[in-house]
Design a binder for this molecule. Structure first.
Ligand SMILES: *[C@@H]1O[C@H](CO)[C@@H](O)[C@H](O)[C@H]1NC(C)=O
Length: 177
């Protein structure tokens, strides 16, 4: 009995591939992901995303298309590698990004976030799948898959691409008057 307890304690003390995310680690990965959106750096991308990273988001695909389904397939991969994410992020202007909620289990993190854009705020929910990577780092996990969706209609309005129906109506009324 005493030996079994010691073995169990030793297993807990040595991080292994079966280790689970802690609250600190889940929050740190959520914060790092937010920083990649609001102030991208390749160093942070390397510390946060796995090399074989894949991102799926119909919202981002739709934004890239400016509506419609071309040139990016709406249901296809948004970024098929860390390098693809990096080249897109490095060329994008930074956007505000604040983490609102973090929920996590052993290897998955769900983040509800807010991008305080103007004139419309944008709320999104992103789910990160993680893989255990390093035994001797404070955050030994990397994100290898993200599924994220958000209010892309508001984002398109903020970019000036989409004119909301209410503004179109006002314009018609003004034209008739
Ligand atoms: C990030 O990782 C890539 C390899 O995936 C490497 O070429 C690059 O130098 C790294 N950048 C930094 C800043 O660590």
């Amino acid at each position: 009995m005493k030996n079994a307890g010691l073995v169990a304690m030793a297993a807990l003390a040595i991080p292994g591939v079966n280790a689970c995310l802690s609250e600190y680690q889940a929050n740190a990965l959520a914060t790092n992901f937010g920083k990649l959106v609001s102030a991208y750096s390749q160093k942070l991308a390397n510390q946060t995303l796995a090399p074989g990273f894949i991102d799926y988001s119909e919202s981002v695909n739709s934004l890239m298309d400016g509506g419609g389904s071309a040139p990016v397939a709406l249901l296809g991969e948004t970024f098929s590698s860390r390098a693809a994410f990096e080249s897109a992020s490095a060329s994008q202007p930074s956007v505000p990004f604040a983490v609102e909620n973090v929920w996590f289990n052993c290897d998955t993190i769900t983040v509800r976030w807010k991008s305080a854009q103007s004139p419309q705020p944008v709320i999104g929910i992103s789910v990160f799948h993680t893989v255990y990577k390093w035994a001797n780092k404070p955050v030994p996990f990397l994100i290898d898959e993200i599924w994220g969706e958000f209010d892309s209609a508001s984002w398109l309005e903020n970019l000036g691409i989409l004119v909301p129906a209410s503004k179109k109506q006002k314009r018609e009324i003004a034209f008739e008057a």
